[in-house]
Ligand binder design. Structure first.
Ligand SMILES: [Mg+2]
Length: 217
């Protein structure tokens, strides 16, 4: 089993970690030389501010809604990333750093020591927040691809805490049904199909699934 831990709105969360008064107001972080938006709080997203939007273009909107704007501070983000990753590396035997704010945790064989892995992951999430004030989403799956998908589901359903993704079924209900399947393309649709489709089953027909070029397994 693998878990993908992903820090939410990472650069904004780093700024908020040291300024409690920012927690309930819209916040954005700008790229080098204040060129464009590279991180947004949930409140800023709700205002319709998009990722990568040029700062000069949205400046009037930001001012109108009192959005707090920060130039990027990569020394701070690197330091906060190290704090999060250092803690994560202390709770599992192996981790793979995936980006500045994401890591795969290797949970293989951990049930014997930690019990239910979803509960264990929910505890990790709480502890990361307690130590660093960085909110995270955690998805668990039998492969890294499914852990990534599970992570996407927890992002859309924060009440889940952590989520375990088993093999998705055609016409699945619950969180699976709300998954934007175009995301599968970003992961590599052939890779996903390889994970999810036994050779003897008919080709899956979920919306957006490629009609040809499926991997036979
Ligand atoms: Mg992230």
């Amino acid at each position: 089993m693998f878990a993908l831990v992903d820090c939410n709105n990472f650069y904004v969360s780093c700024e908020r970690a040291f300024q409690g008064k920012l927690r309930s107001v819209p916040v954005v972080v700008l790229s080098n030389n204040d060129g464009c938006i590279i991180s947004r709080s949930q409140e800023a997203k709700a205002l319709g501010i998009r990722m990568g939007e040029p700062y000069f273009k949205v400046k009037p909107l930001l001012e109108q809604h009192g959005v707090r704007v920060f130039s990027s501070n990569y020394a701070l983000y690197g330091d906060m990333s190290r704090r999060v990753m250092y803690y994560l590396s202390s709770v599992v035997p192996d981790i793979e750093l995936y980006s500045i704010d994401e890591a795969f945790l290797d949970l293989r064989g951990m049930e014997r020591y930690c019990g239910n892995l979803v509960d264990y992951a929910a505890n990790i999430k709480q502890e990361v927040y307690r130590r660093t004030h960085i909110p995270t989403c955690i998805g668990i799956g039998p492969t890294k691809t499914l852990a990534k998908l599970a992570n996407r589901i927890t992002k859309k359903n924060p009440e889940l805490g952590a989520f375990f993704a088993s093999i998705p079924q055609k016409n699945a209900s619950g969180p699976w049904s709300r998954l934007p399947w175009k995301m599968c393309g970003a992961l590599g649709s052939s890779m996903l199909l390889k994970c999810t489709r036994p050779a003897s089953r008919p080709r899956p027909r979920w919306p957006g699934a490629p009609s040809r070029g499926c991997v036979s397994t």
